[in-house]
Design a protein around this ligand. Sequence first.
Ligand code: ADP
Ligand code: ADP
Ligand code: MG
Length: 659
Amino acid sequence: MFSKILIANRGEIAVRIIKTCRRMGIRTVLVHSDADTGSLAYEMADETVHIGPSPAAQSYLLQDKIVDAVRRTGAEAVHPGFGFLSENAGFARRLRDEGIAFIGPNPEAIDAMGDKITSKKFAAEAGVSTVPGHMGLIETPEEAVKIAAGIGYPVMIKASAGGGGKGIRVAHSDADMAEGFAAVKAEALNAFGDDRVFLEKFIVDPRHIEIQVLGDKHGNVVHLFERECSIQRRNQKVIEEAPSPLMDEATRMAMGAQAVALAKAVNYDSAGTVEFVAGQDKSFYFLEMNTRLQVEHPVTELITGVDLVEQMIRSAWGEKLAFGQDDLKIDGWAIESRIYAEDPYRGFLPSIGRLVRYEQPEEGEQDDGSVVRNDSGVREGDEISMFYDPMIAKLCAWAPTRIEAVDAMARALEDTHLSGLGHNVPFLAAVMDQDRFRSGALSTSYIKDEFPEGFHSLAPTDRQKAAFIAAATAMNEVLAEQSGDPSERTDWIVLIDREPHAVSLSYDDAEDLVVSLADEDLVLTEIDWRPGLAQFRAVLDDEPFTAEVKRTADGFDIRHRAARARVRVMTPRAADFYARLPEKQAADTSKLILSPMPGLVVSIAVTPGQEVKEGETVAIIEAMKMQNILKAERDAVVKSVGAKAGDPVAADDVLVEFE
Ligand code: ADP
Ligand code: ADP
Ligand code: MG
């Protein structure tokens, strides 16, 4: 077996690979950029090699630097992880030429599956069902309109070199087609340096189901069943699971057999994924093959017990697969949530910054038999920088049945606490609580259907209100005790947002706090909170309860799952007085252009005194490779400008003020 492997990646996937190497007794070398010096993966690796500045184009994408690091450290193989050089056939070929093992498929297989047009032709020849459409290249919008008539609208316009959800557009009419064709062609040239475009039927209300395959260098290929990845935002996966709630045994076997046939047709010899789009009627069509480890591979590992990174290493070394198709079985159900540094309350804009607090759920088997796995690449205090993918962790939960796995995920999310930056944990929690998700009625338009106006906090349910009241009064007692002047008061009014609830406090025989509401008594034990802690934990009527809390000037901001409320504990007199105060008006921001996210100012397009028209660009902000163009919402005159190109800005910083 290899004695030393170099990892040409960063973050959580580098950590993931190091863990398997350690278990196998293989030493690891990690290459890293400036921004990643001292990262978790850096601390864990046996050796590290600095390869350049933070931008990936000047570090992780430089083949010379990586080959040089292999030479200097005596590593025998390179694991590319995902992204970066993982699907670069030229890199795989270069390593082969230099006598270094590439822990991935052979370069010919990468080439064959590298672009969507070539791979679709291969798939059709291997007997795989492909999306009906036109296999050839299309040059002009007129030609595209003519071909679309033959396919029948809606039609998907796709860049052959596309990836990561880019270079894809749906057309519903000739006009859409003419416009969309030109747009996709331009986007493809810009993003991938390749403007080849093709058309296929748009499968309405589909599901994304993919098959994990695994091959060796001796002609053996097996599949490790399916994953469903229908919960997507802008064609990018957010929540994945295995198996798929749509599947029956016959469909699973048919899809698995097609994926294996395709893998065999290209002499596939590592871990890879064959992606399909499926109708609700279980018809399914090949989309593309990803010739690398997939982000969502842990759900497959959790239901099969196979370590895919280990298998990739063994097959790169030349070992035969140690199991056949009949040895593989599905055990239970697993779900993965991608935790991203993005602000769900602001249209999911990237939200970078320092992870001031990061509490992770306990990994491994839980009291109820479920299993939690958290593949994370960062620690408390680390910075999520603007240079790379904004993923913080991949949180996974396993249980014997789907609904138990959903509940286990909901609890794991409840035990995940991040602060210092925006994150999508409340959004993920909202999905876990939705009846439609729980029923398994998924589709790639799920997020669009269920959050048509974007994501907003939910109002607490009656159950959550009772818990918020109990938590707030308990925290109030802690504060009073700490002040050294505990009041003997037992009657309080708790305001949930502005809604008053009368509460009385007592202690039972066991000295546990009893919070009496109008129609129920709640007993709190194991209260775990003190000023400065961002979580309140307690056992509420025998049920564990954890909420995120922030102290405000006059109370607490409490979030439990997707519900959030301002909670204030007052004496009845203060509450009475408060009820008569007029509601505070939010500050008038209509004359301001505010930065929607922390980032860098790319440009400010206006100067004081300038007249701008509605829709005119006034500023561009960039964070994590994403540019946000800010436009004037109406005709106005610029009064002042609050930043200049190159300035770092925080969310809500004033960029431009109008008269
Ligand atoms: P997958 O198909 O594995 O789920 P996506 O389609 O979401 O991945 O990702 C699109 C591209 O971005 C892929 O090339 C993938 O390798 C890359 N990518 C996704 N997430 C990350 C990440 N956290 N770090 C590096 N690259 C990533
Ligand atoms: P990428 O390389 O960006 O991952 P894919 O071809 O895998 O591109 O497509 C990404 C997503 O777009 C799929 O997961 C699916 O949700 C949607 N999609 C792609 N092709 C079709 C189609 N023909 N009909 C409906 N949805 C599609
Ligand atoms: Mg894809």
